[in-house]
Design a binder for this molecule. Structure first.
Ligand SMILES: [Zn+2]
Length: 120
């Protein structure tokens, strides 16, 4: 299960960003993950939740994941299709000229944080 390693790197990035903005608390982290990464969202959320218990900045942090389907476009016939199990053969014409149009995303889209008021 590689989700723990991924959760740790997400947590490290989030903490780094939160500290840069002098955040006192992280409420929510919104991820966008492409299907090509073969990450189990539920497992990733469980791992992230385990990490939040040991990180004061992340105590209340909620991880939400938007999953992006793995899709390709055939450059021979223009057909767009869902790539199953990394099969990039066009189901319509059989060509192997597929351009991947989505599914490789791995981004932290936004974070909802509390920031300490100036002078307080
Ligand atoms: Zn095709």
């Amino acid at each position: 299960m590689h989700e723990m390693g991924i959760a740790e790197s997400i947590a490290a990035t989030v903490i780094d960003q939160a500290q840069r903005y002098h955040a006192t608390n992280v409420r929510e982290v919104h991820l966008r993950i492409g299907e090509a990464h073969v990450i189990l969202s539920d497992a990733l959320i469980s791992c992230f939740t385990a990490i939040t218990m040991t990180e004061p900045l992340l105590h209340d942090a909620l991880l939400t994941i938007e999953e992006i389907p793995h899709r390709g476009r055939c450059q021979n016939c223009g057909n767009e299709f869902h790539i199953e199990q990394f099969m990039v053969l066009c189901p319509t014409c059989g060509a192997l000229t597929t351009e991947v149009i989505s599914g490789n995303e791995f981004d932290i889209i936004d974070m909802d944080i509390d920031i300490q008021e100036e002078g307080s």
